[in-house]
Design a protein around this ligand. Structure first.
Ligand SMILES: NC(=O)c1ccc[n+]([C@@H]2O[C@H](COP(=O)([O-])OP(=O)(O)OC[C@H]3O[C@@H](n4cnc5c(N)ncnc54)[C@H](OP(=O)(O)O)[C@@H]3O)[C@@H](O)[C@H]2O)c1
Length: 403
């Protein structure tokens, strides 16, 4: 049977739009996918149609792909099935609403889903009212290693899981002093409050991804009955801009006797520079042992299961490489980035008429946004009203490119 083809419209032309688009156009058979395929039929840049045209050329889209100089034109293109929102998180709510409301289009929206939980709830409500597909683009959830680790935990490989510790941090100090500036200019989206900058929404979300996909997603209860965590956060702010630079979030699930510790920092790195010397980025700790996963937390490729009874002094517990078969690795991992797994999931959902992904249900994206919002509130991080409002405005400067 011919593969089901999805026609994508790419909203924004920055770094991740490039990476995702190249992955979309990578040969699906290299990763063993033969039931779905992807086409890029249009892209939009808020700066100019020329920029969108250059983007389409750079990522290798077909010559007939349309280049738009505004997001509003892209979302009404009748040839587009689904919009990939790749603007800074400050813009996600307004841009995704534009695609749902004006374009009546399905949406795959980059992480962090929104800036506030109310915005996430509004997006979900709107997609459901309009019977449209909506998904937060947390690519890590669809990685073969994530799928395998979830299944190991479910099969009881390490007994009852009581704790998950996860870190996703990068050392961005300009120099070695305690009061050093970070390497980012103050207007960069990593530290700029106008663009919802800060470690938690950009990087910490991957630490939380591990906490949530094990401690929340795998709770045996039905989706509607899952236990949301109690949240305690410690946040150090970046003196120059007021965004969060080092953030630790403790999640407690008393009803399930479990806890999670999610860390992120722009001051120290998970990976000190040598894979052999770095500690695992993720520890999943159970009554019968633990699963250790090497970072980066967003793109993990190796893990090992250490059983309580193992005597590691006699023989090293082996690291299990990524579950991608040896003969596929070259084509899959090193020619692509690994974002095609989530694109394949979106395509299969569209093909099957599903309105959300069971691997990251919308209710879970909302709980994750509630968790991050609470952590930022405890740390006193305040974002401007224009990016926190949950009132949709198609003429918002976030939609028209004037912000
Ligand atoms: N999944 C992942 O691994 C991953 C990795 C990196 C980033 N991300 C997420 O993807 C999103 C974009 O990140 P990025 O690294 O691609 O950012 P980026 O390189 O700065 O690109 C963002 C794009 O958004 C558009 N934009 C519209 N208004 C803007 C404004 N006021 N300031 C800056 N850009 C504006 C611009 O495209 P036009 O001028 O064409 O409109 C710009 O090129 C973020 O939410 C981030 O968290 C995800």
């Amino acid at each position: 049977m011919a593969p089901y083809t999805v026609k994508w419209g790419i909203l924004a032309t920055g770094g991740i739009a490039q990476t995702f688009s190249k992955d979309l156009l990578a040969d699906p058979s290299a990763r063993g996918t033969d039931d779905v395929r992807h086409e890029i039929v249009a892209a939009a840049s808020s700066s100019s149609a020329e920029r969108a045209a250059q983007f389409l050329k750079d990522v290798g889209a077909g010559a007939d792909a349309k280049a738009y100089g505004s997001y509003a034109e892209l979302v009404v293109d009748p040839n587009v099935d689904i919009i990939y929102v790749a603007t800074p998180h400050s813009h996600h709510f307004q841009n995704a609403m534009l695609a749902l409301e004006v374009g009546n289009k399905h949406v795959l929206c980059e992480k962090a889903f929104t800036v506030t939980a109310a915005q996430a709830r509004k997006l979900v409500e709107t997609a459901r009212q309009r019977n449209l597909f909506l998904m937060e683009a947390v690519w890590t959830r669809y990685f073969p290693l994530s799928v395998q680790v979830r299944s190991l935990v479910q099969s009881g490989a390490i007994g009852t899981v009581y704790r998950v510790v996860a870190d996703n941090s990068f050392n961005n100090n300009k120099d070695h002093t305690a009061t050093s500036d970070l390497t980012f200019p103050d207007d960069n989206r990593m530290v700029n409050l106008d663009l919802a900058g800060g470690a938690l929404l950009d990087l910490g979300i991957y630490s939380l991804t591990w906490l949530f996909q094990i401690l929340y997603h795998l709770q045996p209860e039905a989706e509607t009955d899952k236990e949301a965590p109690k949240v305690v956060a410690a946040i150090n702010k970046y003196a120059r801009t007021g965004s969060d630079e080092s953030t630790t979030v403790v999640l407690q699930f008393p009803g399930h006797h479990s806890q999670g510790i999610g860390m992120t920092s722009l001051r120290v790195a998970t990976d000190v520079g040598s894979a052999q010397k770095s500690s695992p980025a993720i520890l999943i700790q159970g009554s019968d042992g633990e699963i250790q996963i090497m970072g980066p937390a967003f793109k993990p490729l190796a893990y090992r299961v250490v059983k309580k009874s193992d005597d590691t002094s006699e023989s090293e517990v082996p690291w299990v490489d990524t579950p991608i078969p040896e003969d596929k690795r070259e084509g899959v991992m090193w020619k692509g980035h690994g974002m095609f797994w989530e694109a394949d999931e979106a395509a299969r959902c569209l093909r099957d008429g599903k309105k959300e992904s069971a691997t990251l249900p919308l209710s879970e994206s909302i709980v994750i946004m509630e968790t991050m919002e609470e952590a930022l509130r405890q740390g006193g991080v305040v974002y401007p009203e224009v990016i926190t409002t949950d009132v949709y405005d198609k003429n918002s400067p976030l939609n028209t490119g004037k912000a």
